[in-house]
Design a protein around this ligand. Sequence first.
Ligand code: 5GP
Ligand code: ZN
Length: 112
Amino acid sequence: MSGCVFCKIVAGEIPANIVKRADGLLAFEDQHAQAPTHLLVIPTTHVGSLNDAKDAAALGKLLAFARDVAREAGIATKGYRVVLNTNPDGGQTVFHLHLHGPGGRTMKWPPG
Ligand code: 5GP
Ligand code: ZN
């Protein structure tokens, strides 16, 4: 989708530190990391938010991909968090569906 920053990363129009690619999926480092490791996992086709996601199987693949990326980043055993912000009250600022995968430190609860 034109104007979408994550679609531009998928297209290679904006640089990003890509950590893993899979069929229809991409993982890269968040440019404003909130933890020692902070990865973003996205579908390569544009979906605005969880509210717009029609394909439950694709959501499952996205989640499994986030798990695999966390394992490969070495944060899985100690632990990490998967966050999916949805719409403004949920803290979403980029309207292309994405999972955050922060780890490498102890996460606090409840989130702000
Ligand atoms: P949200 O607030 O929508 O859940 O998260 C969006 C995330 O995308 C933020 O953590 C922000 O730092 C990250 N982000 C925004 N623009 C870019 C970009 O151009 N490159 C990368 N690598 N991350 C970005
Ligand atoms: Zn997009």
